[in-house]
Every structure is written in structure tokens, then in C-alpha cells.
Design a protein around this ligand. Structure first.
Ligand SMILES: C[S@@+](CC[C@H](N)C(=O)[O-])C[C@H]1O[C@@H](n2cnc3c(N)ncnc32)[C@H](O)[C@@H]1O
Length: 267
């Protein structure tokens, strides 16, 4: 891998620190207990950087988002909703409700503003914003019951035990015949790129709220299994389709994959 590409996260880190450091230091001066709450501190920083980064990424991934989101229908659960950019891609006539799972409450005002502008409101019961993580399946079930579509845009890189958490969520919250739509950066199939991803991941995760570059999400999705009524493992999907980002070189630390996976009918 070319050294210039291998070191490209340095520029993103420089930008992130430029956007996030001073507001985060100010937040610590206002509330010094943040120093003893690393999760909260990381969320304060993430909130600051996601304003410029989220906008930029939304623009650069518009075509990829359109391609997956055109399939969204019914009750749509957006895991790691961030600032709610995904709601802008929903077709109101097909997507009856938007449910944003976002543990960082500092992001909720942005989600609400975007969702309301797109016609989804809490007053009408078409918008729900949950403060829990995607791994808190019971809380999600209690709040919204089952859903037709689960979307994940650049989030599986950040959830704590991604394979286990995602499987639990899809087994329990997604209706039979429902679908998962995702757009994620994943572990590269090129061993030298994967080596650099593994090297960068622990550093990157500190500044980007746990985000890791080295997760083979697309492979986990393909291999996901459910358990039938007799306790036997069965494949999760009755249909699956995966594709890459148009024009993206293979030699890329943020190598993207998208997918549409349709869950089996009742087992
Ligand atoms: C890189 S951002 C992507 C945001 C949004 N999906 C987008 O595309 O603009 C990752 C998001 O995942 C959220 N997140 C972190 N841990 C999570 C978890 N355990 N469950 C759900 N979301 C989580 C973060 O707070 C952050 O908003």
C-alpha cells in the first residue's frame, strides 16, 4: 500500500482535533466531572466533529445512500442515527415511521430537526428517538416492537460487540421477511491494507467514538444465522445482495460495502 494512502487518516485526525478540541476543552472547564466519564467525553467530542464530518460524508456518499434507502419501507429503525441524515432519503409514502437509535443524546436535537423537516414527528407517532445502543434489544422492543427495515450507515464500526449485537437485534427486532440495508466501511480483503487498518483502529477509535476500521461487517452479514423453534441453526437470509462503492479503489483504508439482506420468513 502506498505510504501516502496508509497515512491518510493523519489529515482526518488533524481536522477532527481542529474542530473538536477547543469546544471539548470548554465543555470540560464548564463541567470537570467529564474528565472522569470517558464515554461522555468522547460523545461531547463526537458531537462537535459530526457537524462538519457528517455533512461532508453525507455529500460524498449520497449515491450510495440513495441506492440502499430506495428499498426502505414500513417502520424503519436507523441504528446509530448520528444527526439523522438518513431520514432525508426515506420515501414518506413507503416509510411509515422513522425510529432513530442514538446513544449520544447530544445528537438528538439534530435528528429531531431533520426528521420533522422530512415530515416525521413524535406528536404524530411517526418519529421515535431512543437513547440506547443497538445492543439494548429489550429496550428497543419495548419502545417500538418489531420493525420492517433496519438501516445501518457507518455505525457497525462503532457498536461494542458488533457480530453478537447485530445478530441479536436482527433475530429479535426485525420482522420475518423484513430487510437490513447497510452502507459501511469494512476490513479490506487486501492483506497490506488490512494490516494498516488494524494498526490505525485503536488510535482512530479514541477520537471517533469507538469507530474501528478493521471490522469484516460484510462477511458477518453474509454468515449470520438464526435459531429455529427446535434450537437448530438456520441461515438468516432468504435474499442477499452486496456491492461496493462506485469508483472506489480497492487500496483504501475506508473501503465501503453496501448490502440489502432480506430475512427468512417465520422459522
Ligand atoms: C460514524 S457515526 C454515523 C452516523 C449516521 N449513521 C450517519 O451516517 O451520519 C456513528 C454513530 O453511531 C453511534 N453509536 C455509537 N455506539 C453505538 C451503539 N452501541 N449503538 C448504536 N449507535 C451507536 C454514534 O453515536 C454515532 O452517532
Amino acid at each position: 500500500m502506498k505510504l501516502s494512502k496508509a497515512l491518510s487518516p493523519l489529515e482526518d485526525l488533524r481536522l477532527a482535533i481542529g474542530f473538536g478540541l477547543i469546544p471539548t476543552v470548554k465543555a470540560v472547564l464548564r463541567n470537570p466531572t467529564l474528565l472522569f466519564r470517558p464515554v461522555m467525553l468522547s460523545r461531547v467530542f463526537m458531537k462537535q466533529i459530526w457537524t462538519p464530518f457528517g455533512e461532508g460524508i453525507d455529500k460524498s456518499s449520497r449515491a450510495d445512500k440513495v441506492k440502499i434507502m430506495q428499498h426502505a419501507y414500513g417502520k424503519v429503525l436507523d441504528i446509530g442515527a448520528g444527526h439523522g441524515h438518513a431520514v432525508n432519503y426515506l420515501e414518506k409514502a413507503r416509510a411509515s415511521a422513522y425510529i432513530a437509535v442514538e446513544p449520544n443524546e447530544l445528537m438528538h436535537a439534530e435528528i429531531r430537526t431533520r426528521a420533522n423537516a422530512a415530515g416525521y414527528t413524535e406528536a404524530k407517532g411517526t418519529l421515535t428517538i431512543l437513547s440506547c445502543g443497538a445492543e439494548e434489544v429489550e429496550k428497543i422492543l419495548q419502545a417500538v416492537d418489531h420493525v420492517d427495515t433496519v438501516i445501518s450507515i457507518l455505525t457497525i464500526c462503532s457498536i461494542p460487540k458488533p457480530r453478537e449485537n447485530l445478530t441479536g437485534l436482527i433475530r429479535q427486532v426485525l420482522k420475518p421477511g423484513g430487510q437490513v440495508l447497510y452502507y459501511e466501511h469494512v476490513q479490506s480483503p487486501l492483506s497490506d491494507v488490512a494490516w494498516w487498518q488494524a494498526l490505525w483502529s485503536p488510535i482512530w477509535a479514541v477520537w471517533f467514538d469507538g469507530c474501528r476500521m478493521d471490522r469484516p461487517t460484510h462477511i458477518w452479514m453474509k454468515e449470520m444465522v438464526d435459531v429455529d423453534a427446535h434450537g437448530k441453526e438456520v441461515g438468516m437470509w432468504k435474499e442477499q445482495e452486496m456491492w461496493g462503492k462506485e469508483g472506489e479503489e480497492m487500496e483504501h483504508l475506508f473501503w465501503h460495502q453496501s448490502g440489502r439482506f432480506v430475512k427468512h420468513d417465520e422459522v
